[in-house]
Design a protein around this ligand. Structure first.
Ligand code: G1P
Length: 300
């Protein structure tokens, strides 16, 4: 009986240099998309996919993330006293979302190293990784977990990007998954055959980029320990995954929209617009604001 996927790891230790000056004193994971921080969307996505236990890899100056998911009894009492029961419940619910733990990555040695610090906590179980910058309007996590339940192998989320942008990502070469009858299956699952972290455009094996969702078996930890620093002199998770390819089938879970890298200013703006349009309480009024801006700017 395969173990079910109960645990998630969220690397959130980066300095956020692409979002200065905001990220000088406030972690970029606390950037608000409307009324909640980026990290909350990520945790809610994990919980929605059935995850019960979450380990956030953090670093110095990020304690505010811990506060966000802790009880705030004084605030709850003030809200309750004013009859704001719904708000009080919402504040308390944040501390009850999941079993949330924190561990520090003492040195910024790369994403692979950050994930490696989760080894003891994860133990001998499959687990998912959600990158602390990437939020999804339509989550692929449930589909990735379903794929694991069927195949008991690693899965990575992949999305096509314009070829000229591929050097900002991990890049995957793939082939179709062939069903037992010999024909290619029609789902969004593909088989990963090669991986390169941030390749130059002219040598990239495809325009399929690794997006911030992974599902690993615990064997990834041995590969991380063996992985030498790669691009940017950092221990890259993509390199550890490439070694894993030698001993395990790895699936790619392809999707085409609804992912936002909130660590990039322009994608952050896109996230705010799309998430606001997805909110019933805000969308009608916000649409009018967008319409007025489009007219004013002569865009339509
Ligand atoms: C990291 C990974 C890269 C992946 C990207 C997705 O890069 O190393 O493989 O494609 O996240 O956001 P980073 O954005 O940290 O440079």
């Amino acid at each position: 009986m395969p173990k079910s996927v109960r645990k998630a790891v969220i690397p959130a230790a980066g300095l956020g240099t692409r979002f200065l000056p905001f990220s000088k004193a406030v972690p970029k994971e606390m950037l608000p998309v409307i009324d909640r921080p980026v990290i909350q969307y990520i945790i809610e996505e994990a919980v929605d996919a059935g995850i019960e236990d979450i380990l956030i890899i953090t670093s110095r100056h990020k304690k505010v993330m811990e506060d966000h998911f802790d009880r705030h009894t004084e605030l709850e009492a003030v809200l309750a006293g004013k009859g704001k029961t719904a708000e009080a419940d919402e504040v308390r619910a944040l501390s009850e979302l999941a079993d949330i733990h924190f561990v520090r990555q003492g040195e910024a040695l790369g994403l692979g190293h950050a994930i490696g610090t989760a080894k003891n906590h994860v133990g001998d179980e499959p687990f998912v990784v959600l990158l602390g910058d990437d939020i999804m309007l339509n989550s692929v996590l449930k589909g990735m977990i379903a794929s694991y339940e069927e195949h008991q192998s690693s899965v990575v989320a992949l999305m096509e990007v314009p070829k000229e942008n591929i050097s900002s990502y991990g890049c995957a070469a793939i082939e179709p998954v062939v069903a037992s009858g010999g024909s290619a299956t029609s789902s969004n699952l593909v088989q990963v055959t090669d991986l390169v972290e941030k390749p130059a455009v002219d040598v990239a094996p495809s325009n399929l980029a690794i997006m911030g969702r992974y599902l690993f078996t615990p064997s990834i930890f041995d590969e991380i320990e063996r992985t030498k620093p790669g691009v940017g002199a950092e221990i890259q998770i993509t390199d550890a995954m490439l070694s894993l390819l030698g001993s395990q089938t790895m699936y790619g879970y392809t999707f085409s929209e609804g992912r936002y890298d909130t660590g990039m200013k322009i994608d952050y703006l896109r996230a705010v617009v799309d998430f606001a349009l997805d909110r019933e309480d805000l969308a009608p009024e916000f649409r009018q604001i967008l319409l007025a801006a489009v007219k004013r700017e002569g865009l339509a």
